[in-house]
Design a protein around this ligand. Structure first.
Ligand code: NAP
Length: 252
């Protein structure tokens, strides 16, 4: 057996899932064979044709929520829920605003009434603007562009990209307890900012609420691409480029 860090190989991948229940175990009352469900597994096992999953990790798939969006919802959605903690008077900046977590975080923040500035490349500016988000290009001069777009008042910062955004948020005058990074744990340890992500929000309850928002048309998961499961390596190659809009989905 190979060991890397705390992981033991062979190791599966994937937490998010959506599908049709094939079999249920004894004593299961909340789902039945044939039910269409959205869910999650904590066993790194969802990138497969069949997944053994605890019935408490499943919620019904609303009929108008596509399979792709359903299958992409859990980790990014519950992470975004937890990282967005604001009210209507706030101005929030999100780095990686069109990515898997960021694209959901910006929509939830807009739903809460906040002014939202999304850092993204040009190709994603229209998508953000169409959802009421002020798009700002990252790269040289980003601090000045954020100051201009915000009118100098930034209350909160969600960092989904890393590489210096925690420091930028502090430069902008955001209080450490209003900065949340889901990726830069070294900066979080150094400056005492928050690292609230998937762990805190990862429940079937939150998943059900997100599914309800999708069904009501108040949330959308952009689907960058759907790959057949057999092409999973290509999916990861695309993901590691870090220019995905929304989520990449695997279909068995
Ligand atoms: N802690 C947790 O609970 C948790 C949960 C889920 C994910 N994560 C972690 O969070 C991170 C983000 O995941 P994700 O799936 O949301 O990422 P992702 O989908 O790969 O995000 C990529 C996004 O980053 C943007 N981007 C690229 N270069 C940038 C730059 N220099 N500045 C700002 N944005 C830039 C891209 O926008 P353009 O295409 O416009 O360039 C793209 O939309 C990953 O490291 C993941 O492991 C943590």
């Amino acid at each position: 057996m190979l060991t890397a860090g705390l992981q033991h190989f062979p190791l599966g991948q994937g937490s998010d899932l959506a599908g049709i229940v094939e079999e249920v175990g004894p004593g299961v009352a909340n789902v039945a064979v044939g039910d269409e469900v959205i869910g999650f597994t904590n066993d790194r096992a969802s990138q497969a044709e069949f997944v053994l999953v605890e019935s408490g990790n499943l919620v019904p798939r609303p009929a108008n929520v596509s399979w792709a969006q359903a299958g992409a919802l859990f980790v990014a959605g519950t992470t975004a829920v937890r990282s967005v903690n604001l009210d209507a008077s706030d101005t929030l900046v999100v780095s990686g605003a069109a990515g898997g977590v960021g694209s959901i975080a910006v929509q939830l923040a807009r739903n809460a009434g906040a002014k939202v500035i999304g850092l993204a490349g040009d190709a994603n500016h229209k998508w953000l603007a169409d959802r009421g988000v002020i798009p700002v290009a990252y790269g040289d001069g980003v601090e000045d562009r954020i100051r201009a777009a915000s009118g100098g008042k930034v209350d909160s910062f969600v960092d989904t990209f890393g590489g210096g955004y925690v420091e930028l948020a502090l430069e902008l005058g955001v209080a450490p307890n209003r900065i949340d990074t889901i990726i830069d744990f070294a900066a979080a340890a150094k400056y005492g900012v928050k690292t609230e992500g998937n762990h805190e929000g990862a429940t079937a309850d939150v998943l059900g609420q997100l599914a309800g928002l999708l069904a009501a048309g108040r949330l959308e998961i952009p689907i960058a691409k759907v790959y057949p499961l057999a092409e999973v390596r290509d999916a990861y190659r695309e993901l590691e480029q870090r220019h995905t809009r929304g989520k990449i989905v695997l279909e068995p």
